[in-house]
Design a protein. Structure first.
Lengths: 343, 248
């Protein structure tokens, strides 16, 4: 083999490698999920992949995924929303009070998203109009304010018992008698359907509409967005409002799932949401990340917690592991980016 | 003043708190003319460009497009009047592909029912056509801007400015960050725009740029009009003197 021929082969091998990079960038995280599923299935062959356990995972992540999706959009603009855990609690309390006051179920159902919407808009207006130096500060403030208001209106005690129509959203089952025969126990959770529909709508929004494109542009370079005539403040208000709205929907799902509103609802769930977004490959500096990545991040957190619970691993070890996975995921991302930008 | 006037600024002042960035500055630009604006750092060149493009509101004075008085509330207003700006910091979003940057804020869309969705196909096609027209070579219209060289980024910024048949293009130091080979291409592009009847204002420190492409040159000094001349009636040394605040 002469020298030239050898060089040509090197070049071919490299180009195959380089061609694989975008594939891993896009689907590497799904590969990670498959590996996790395979490992847990080997460790817990009877339980982990059972219908009951899988639907349980989806029911658990459905409300958390709403927070993650909202926080994701905020992070794409290079912002942060620390208040979503409190928004979910406040909207849950609002819903409970409306329910207790005897309002019809369809009004009660609207209360949680409406409260979330208003809370998010409050964040957005504060960040833009009050010219807060960073969204961290505004949403840190509202983290306390919203939870405080939630406790004020509820008296700091749990409120339980909602209408059947509310409970269906978080706990409903779509029976699969048609497939598995009459009386079968297999079912699809309503909250899973809701989650998929909402993720699909927001995927369209972020990838196929002008505002979605502008959200990414603002995260990439707000100056460029402004120079292009985009009203950056208005888009930011839209983003924080949608984030709050999604947290409100999360509150609605949680209400259905637990059939109760309690003072500690959503406590620290803003951090879980941020963790899921980061594990899903979004950049903390804005402009980068995908809806599919968020879904994957949420699933990784959910599967991990579920798997560790099944194996009776203590909650303390779970905390250590989740923390490690955040750092590992971001480090893998750093390495990946080094490979991708190599010339 | 000629009938070809496309842009005029009359007694424009701009204050930032106690700082006076511009004081009663006049400027006029004719159709198909290339005007060079020179001045030392802090002379007010960039501020003047930002006033003309609507990014800053003038504290005093007025602007006229095609002899009609206008008030610009945002760069979009000036874009609608046919004025485009190529910013010194390039104003590109590195995380987005070339085509997205060129059409940022003016994305082609298609209607599906009551909704407007991005027309990815059309954007790609328009991008490729436009880049070919300007003889800009890149691997693909889908390449992210952060992966491009400085010269390529400048080319994308100019492609962005000229994608919508602009009548007036403002360029702030278009050659400052470029390799020698790429400078010539940008200057050729400016002369090309002039041939097409586009008016161009170029801010530059480089006398080579000014004396290659401009028809007329004006100097700002400490935020005021200092000197102005047809290019054929002046010399490099005189213009350099103006920048330093020296006049015979």
């Amino acid at each position: 083999m002469d020298h030239g021929e050898k060089r040509l082969m090197d070049k071919n091998q490299e180009s195959l490698f380089v061609r694989l990079i975008p594939f891993f960038e896009r689907y590497g995280i799904l590969l990670l999920i498959l590996i996790m599923i395979a490992v847990l299935h080997l460790l817990q062959p009877d339980v982990f992949l059972s219908w009951r356990n899988v639907t349980n995972i989806f029911k658990q992540v459905s409300w958390q995924s709403m927070l993650a999706l909202g926080v994701f959009m905020v992070i794409v603009t290079a912002g942060i929303d620390l208040s979503v855990g409190s928004i979910i609690m406040l909207s849950l309390m609002g819903l409970a009070i409306a329910s207790k006051a005897g309002m019809p179920w369809y009004v009660v159902m609207l209360v949680a998203p409406a409260i979330g919407f208003l809370c998010g808009m409050f964040n957005g207006i504060g960040i833009t109009l009050l010219r807060m130096p960073h969204p961290f500060i505004m949403t840190l403030g509202t983290l306390y304010i919203f939870r405080g208001i939630g406790n004020l209106i509820s008296g700091g005690v749990p409120i339980t018992g909602f209408a059947e129509q509310i409970r269906v959203i978080g706990n409903g089952k779509i029976k699969l008698d048609v497939i598995f025969g009459e009386g079968a126990r297999e079912y699809i959770p309503t909250s899973l359907i809701l989650m998929i529909v909402i993720f699909f709508i927001f995927w369209i929004f972020l990838n196929h509409t002008r505002i979605g494109k502008w959200i990414y542009a603002i995260g990439g370079n707000p100056g460029a967005a402004r120079a292009a005539g985009i009203n950056v403040d208005r888009i930011l208000i839209v983003v924080y409002t949608l984030c709050g709205f999604l947290a409100g929907i999360g509150g609605l799902i949680l209400a259905g799932r637990t059939n109760s509103a309690y003072p500690n609802a959503g406590l620290q769930s803003e951090l879980d949401a941020i963790a899921a977004v980061i594990i899903g490959g979004a950049s903390f500096f804005g402009g980068r990340g995908t809806v599919l990545g968020v879904f994957a991040g949420v699933m990784i957190m959910g599967i991990l917690r579920n798997g560790l619970n099944l194996m009776n691993v203590s909650v303390f070890w779970q905390q250590v592991l989740i923390g490690s996975i955040i750092i590992l995921a971001v480090y893998i991302d750093v390495l990946r980016r080094q490979l991708a930008t190599r010339t | 003043m000629s009938d070809n006037l496309v842009l005029e600024a009359k007694s424009v002042s701009k204050f930032f708190g106690t700082i006076t960035a511009l004081q009663n500055v006049d400027l006029h630009l004719n159709k198909g003319e290339v005007l060079g604006v020179v001045g030392d750092n802090g002379a007010g060149k960039s501020t003047l460009m930002k006033v003309l493009s609507g990014l800053y509101k003038p504290s005093e004075g007025s602007l006229f497009f095609d002899k009609e008085k206008v008030t610009l509330n945002s760069p979009r207003d000036s874009q609608n009047l046919g004025l485009e700006m190529v910013y010194q910091d390039l104003a590109l979003a590195g995380n987005l592909p070339i085509g997205d940057n060129i059409f940022l804020g003016r994305e082609p869309t298609r209607k599906v029912g009551p909704f407007n969705f991005l027309d990815h196909k059309k954007r790609k096609q328009l991008t490729e056509e436009h880049l070919a027209k300007l003889k800009i070579n890149v691997k693909s219209a889908d390449q992210k801007v952060e992966e491009l060289s400085g010269g390529q980024r400048q080319a994308v910024a100019i492609a962005r400015a000229t994608a919508f048949n602009a009548k007036i293009v403002l360029m702030d130091e278009p050659t400052a960050a470029l390799a020698v080979k790429e400078v010539g291409k940008v200057l050729d592009l400016i002369l090309n725009l002039k041939k097409l009847g586009v008016s161009v204002i170029v801010i530059s420190h480089r006398m080579d740029d000014i004396f290659t492409v401009c028809d007329r040159v004006m100097a700002l000094f400490q935020g005021t009009n200092f000197a102005e001349s047809e290019l054929k009636n002046t010399s490099r040394d005189e213009v350099i003197g103006w920048i330093m605040g020296k006049k015979d």
